[in-house]
Design a protein around this ligand. Sequence first.
Ligand code: NDP
Length: 458
Amino acid sequence: MITNEQELRSEYLKKVIEETSAKNCYEKEFIQALKEVLSSLEPVVIKNEELYKSISLLERLVEPERIVSFRVPWMDDNGKIQVNRGYRVQFNGSIGPYKGGLRFHPSVNQSIMKFLAFEQIFKNALTGRPIGGGKGGSDFDPKGKSDMEIMRFCQSFMTELQRHIGQDVDVPAGDIGVGGREIGYLFGQYRKIRNAYEAGVLTGKGIEYGGSLARKEATGYGLMYFMREMLTTNNISLDGKTAIISGSGNVAIYACEKAQKMGLKVIAMSDSSGCVLDENGIDIELVKDIKEVKRGRIKEYLEKVPNAIYLENKGNVPTIYTLKADIILPCATQNDINIDAAKILVENGAIAVGEGANMPCTNDAVAYFLEHKVLVAPGKAANAGGVATSALEMTQNSMRDAWTFEEVDKKLENIMVNIFRQCKEADSEYNLGNNYVAGANIAAFKKISAAMIAQGII
Ligand code: NDP
């Protein structure tokens, strides 16, 4: 269960949470992530409290190594100059070069960047690859922009970002609003300015210029490999179960594709406007066409499948979470499942939640699921397949090699099985009662803290 900091026994933990929350009081998403992670580390912190206190380990863990914020001016198609704000948060580089995606979405601010970068430190540690935690992006809204506008924005964004990244320094990738097209424009500008072909500086690249097969599919497929491990360990078969998947972007689409291959019946998907319910099972090729090719809205599904139902969002619970299903896969954005949504889902008999997105459930929603014996696959473990495969892309770039889809997919599967094993082992070691949320945090923290301690006070 996620503990309130008031209920914590460790005075040291309480103090760090209180002071960090006060110092960053306007950063609500960061504080949410911080409380979720730190409170779950209590069993480990209690064991080592004197050491951690003496070297201010937690105080250093919660302070980013560096935050860069910068102006991004660009010209729209009408010749008007627009100005956005860009960010890169380099949170913790103790395990390897900073690594984490870029998000282009109007909601982006420093709090969201910091929460994502903080989560990324733990996620990357779980992958077993040598990568530290970072994240970046901009409050730029790609919706409705022409290709040329997207290109001009990406070029301006990279003109500044290139000073702060490099294949041994910091390696960005995609996230919400940043897919293959944007990575291509960003890479082109980096290459032009630096006059060097450093393929390993960005991941999620096109196959033609240093990308990895299976990277596009990796987060969604990885989520399902993790879910399969979690469910079968708890004697639950996927076959014949129903699922709902929020979002219809990169993670959601490939989670759906793999879920269907594993025998799950996915009955609904969504976007920020609403969801489609197709009792016959979602036609994923149609969703790919709407979202990946036409960059349209999920509602357009009904043009080809008139028997499906569209439920527009209203109120504080996205309509997709009012539907009845066994497996819930939130793959859209943070805080998508609040306590009200969690209560409806439990009432409707949900047995497991797999977080494809980062922090899609509020802390009280996760606590409610765990109290009601709903299994929760935490995002920082369950969606780590994307960054793990990005690390495989970096390996291929360094080796100047390209592996087959099957080779990459097999490595991804092994990594996800191993990540689940780490969550399970920490859960067993600390008697957490199938709390893989805390298990993931503890397993990752052990690695990060060991690296930080070894490297001295920096
Ligand atoms: P995409 O941009 O491809 O898709 C995002 C999807 O989520 C869209 O369907 C979008 O709908 C929906 N969405 C975005 N914002 C909101 C919102 N405020 N409310 C409701 N729906 C929203 O992003 P990804 O699929 O890449 O990312 C989805 C999640 O997965 C994010 O949390 C991301 O951080 C996480 N993630 C992604 C990884 C990756 O490899 N891509 C790796 C690990 C985690 P609409 O079109 O209406 O905006």
